[in-house]
Design a protein around this ligand. Structure first.
Ligand SMILES: [Zn+2]
Ligand SMILES: [Zn+2]
Length: 167
């Protein structure tokens, strides 16, 4: 599940975004499409600043404000999903052509793991039958801590450094 999107998917989501912007009388700036592409070429979850820094790293000049307002637009048109894992911070991930999956989150370092287990789909189906509901989707987060304490600590230090750099 955690693979960058295919070229065709990227072209398709750009088309969807283009018509969304047009329909909502929003400007179709190249920066907005760059943010979209960055998200679909990436894996997993990230916050808005991750995107900003990653784009800066490869020399793309997009302001932080553009990243934030593009993310809002992408969430509105359904191409990006916004998740909140415990803390106040938001995480984003692509929503189109991305397999249904669930999350395990470390309370200490904030690491997010994705997993796919067909048994959860079976539970969903069964609950629907028991309760007489057509269940269409679900969102399931498990919280805990990394068993590998060394890696967990390294991640905590990493995010503390990042926070310092921002503030
Ligand atoms: Zn996910
Ligand atoms: Zn951890």
């Amino acid at each position: 599940m955690a693979h960058p999107a295919h070229e065709e998917t990227i072209n398709l989501v750009k088309e969807i975004f283009r018509s969304y912007l047009k329909e909502h009388k929003q400007r179709q700036t190249p920066e907005r499409f760059m943010v979209l592409e960055e998200i679909y070429r990436a894996d997993g979850h990230f916050d808005a600043d991750d995107i900003f820094y990653r784009m800066e790293e490869v020399g793309t000049r997009v302001s932080r404000a553009t990243v934030y307002n593009t993310l809002d637009l992408l969430v509105e048109c359904g191409l990006v999903q916004r998740q909140q894992f415990g803390k106040s911070q938001y995480y984003y991930e692509r929503a189109y052509a991305y397999q249904q999956h669930d999350h395990i989150i470390c309370n200490k370092c904030g690491h997010v793991l994705e997993f796919c287990d067909p048994r959860i789909g079976e539970i969903q189906q069964m609950l629907g039958e028991i309760h007489g509901m057509n269940i269409e989707s679900h969102s399931l987060h498990f919280y805990g801590s990394c068993k590998d304490e060394k890696t967990c600590e390294a991640r905590q230090e990493e995010s503390a450094k990042k926070e310092k750099a921002i503030n």
